[in-house]
Design a protein around this ligand. Structure first.
Ligand code: ATP
Ligand code: MG
Length: 561
């Protein structure tokens, strides 16, 4: 397993359980698992679960399995399974041994089902889904026994074998546990553990036409893998009695402990594969890895680093209370990790032309600048000056607000790594838009303070003849609404979350960057000084061609009100 995970350890209730289990000798070592269903790309909520499960295994020198919960063949694909493996590795983790699949256990799961039938603890039921719902009761009313509940073990065994053999139509029969139709816990009201479904499975092909249900599969898979602590989100709390019931009623000698923690929710994002899938299939985004998506693949393409996501996961904490976080917490963690890691270069994204009237070729000098103020080992490069330079449009104000320290008519400002300049003249087009500034530089100020006056402002700039053009994709939040899937309309129903998509979430512009970035590899992260963090696009940026940058995050919290 990777040891790159250096985020400091913060205790939580799950660690306390593990500490006790190790101290009491209940376990000598721990085994956890991350059990995704390969029905979509992983999102930020999964990152929390990955960091928790793999992180615990690392800290306690135990092991963590990657196990695909592949029991819904219609929704699962090899593409999803591959992306999930790639994502776990990219986050800096590795699983113990081979990748595991619930489908590896289909034979054993089937054998345990026969065992339950023989013990009179499971029966084949012919109720239709509608009938089953009616028999189930609800929170205030107990359910009623299925009329098929009293079939003999021999009859059940025969029917179950014929289900497996493909004698019955899809959905016409199920295998159910015989627990208690009056249980206050609806999960214990004779839950279905097998259904008939003729669907091609990514691993087992057409071998099976019956598939086990999640609750039945999960606990047995955990036990077969000798998982010690099976961590899941709180919505499974009510399923725990079923998890335990199954393991207590089959001949398995090992009983993992299920522990629930609260699921992460991120404001302005969605943490549901189904809803993210909808954005993809409706072409609301360019794909699962669109940099605006809260998927790990999207965040990667956006330029978030594994360390940033791990730091965020650590800040989420682990508890049973609500875990709703602001996007700024995620962005803050990303920014913090990029601060020290990303080399700094200059880019002007919204240029205004500046002509330096007294520029003298061969006399006006350039300086070199470090790629990072605290990392001399990142190296330096020359920042060349020329008669025509670009500065950022919003670094000039014709009518400056109070306290303005940047450029203004008649005012002075320092060009980063270069001279102090003064704005002598403002040139406008016929509509009154500023199109050029004529400035003069003070030749005595290269690396020197101006004499007799203080110039406080420093702005970035780039030489027009030395700069190269880059495609720059400016990403903003995907939704305008903090909880896009939780807004109710006047009729009391949920409003379709796509209504809250931010129409301004992507702007593509041409910016000017230093020529040294042209040869950057895809996924190179930079700070554009004073502007933000940017990454060369993983797929569209070709070294040597016109660079393609994605904005990762600004330098300051853009979500702040
Ligand atoms: P989704 O609804 O997005 O499909 P899921 O829980 O059905 O989520 P799985 O593939 O079954 O997706 O999840 C794998 C693991 O990740 C599970 O253990 C699950 O509890 C955990 N997980 C999923 N979403 C979150 C979340 N928002 N916060 C923390 N853990 C999560
Ligand atoms: Mg699931």
């Amino acid at each position: 397993m990777s040891s790159e995970n250096t985020t400091p350890v913060v205790s939580n209730f799950i660690r306390s359980v593990i500490d006790d289990d190790l101290a009491s000798g209940k376990h000598k070592a721990i085994t956890t698992r991350f059990p995704p269903e390969p029905n979509g790309y992983l999102h930020i909520g999964h990152a929390k679960s990955i960091c928790l499960n793999f992180g615990l295994a690392l800290d306690y020198q135990g092991q963590c399995n990657l196990r695909f919960d592949d029991t819904n063949p219609e929704k699962e694909s090899v593409e999803y399974a591959e992306s999930i493996q790639e994502t776990v590795k990219w986050l800096g983790f590795d699983w113990a041994g081979e990748v595991k699949w619930a489908s590896d256990y289909f034979d054993q799961l089937y054998a345990y089902a026969e065992e339950l039938i023989q013990a009179g603890k499971a029966f084949v039921c012919d109720l239709t889904p509608d009938e089953m719902r009616a028999y189930r009761g609800n929170f205030s009313e107990p359910g009623r026994n299925s009329p098929y509940r009293d079939r003999t073990a021999a009859e059940n065994l025969d029917l179950f074998r014929r289900m497996k053999a493909g004698e019955f139509e899809d959905g016409s029969k199920t295998l159910r546990l015989k627990i208690d139709m009056a249980s206050p816990n609806i999960n214990l009201r004779d839950p279905v553990i097998y259904r008939i479904k003729r669907a091609h499975h990514i691993r087992t092909g057409d071998t099976w036409c019956i598939y086990p249900m999640y609750d039945y599969t999960h606990c047995i898979s955990d036990a077969l893998e000798h998982i010690t602590h099976s961590l899941c989100t709180l919505e499974f709390e009510d399923h725990r009695p079923l998890y335990d019931w199954v393991l207590d009623n089959i001949s398995i000698d090992n009983h993992p402990q299920q522990i629930e923690f609260s699921r992460l929710e991120l404001l302005y994002a969605l943490t549901s594969k189904r809803k993210l899938n909808q954005l993809v299939t409706e072409n609301r985004v360019s794909g699962w890895d669109d940099p605006r998506m809260p998927t790990i693949a999207g965040m990667r393409r956006r330029g978030y680093s594994p360390a940033g996501i791990r730091l965020f996961a650590q800040r989420c904490g682990v508890s049973k209370s609500e875990n709703v976080l602001e996007y700024s917490v995620l962005e803050g963690a990303v920014r913090e990790t990029l601060e020290a890691e990303a080399p700094r270069v200059i880019a002007v994204l919204d240029p205004i032309k500046v002509t330096l009237n007294n520029f003298e070729p061969g006399v006006t000098g350039s300086r070199s600048a470090p790629f990072h103020p605290h990392h001399p080992e990142f190296g330096e490069r020359e920042v060349p000056i020329a008669q025509t330079i670009y500065i950022e449009r919003d670094d000039f104000a014709e009518v400056p607000p109070p306290g303005w320290q940047r450029l203004t008519p008649g005012g002075e400002v320092r060009l980063r790594y270069s001279y102090v300049i003064k704005c002598d003249e403002v040139i406008k087009d016929a509509d009154g838009n500023v199109i050029e500034l004529k400035c003069s530089l003070d030749p005595a100020t290269l690396g020197q303070n101006p004499v007799g006056r203080k110039v406080k402002g420093v702005i970035h700039w780039i030489s027009a003849e030395h700069a190269i053009e880059a495609e720059v994709r400016l990403y903003d939040r995907l939704f305008n609404e903090p909880r896009p899937d939780a807004v109710r309309g006047e009729d009391g129903n949920y409003v379709e979350f796509t209504r809250f998509l931010n129409a301004e979430s992507l702007k593509t512009i041409t910016g000017y960057v230093e020529a040294c970035v042209r040869d950057a590899a895809p996924e190179s992260r930079y700070q554009f000084e004073r502007v933000g963090y940017f990454v060369t696009d993983r797929f569209d940026h070709q070294p040597g061609g016109k660079p393609v940058f994605n904005r990762t995050v600004g330098l300051k919290d853009s979500f702040a009100k």
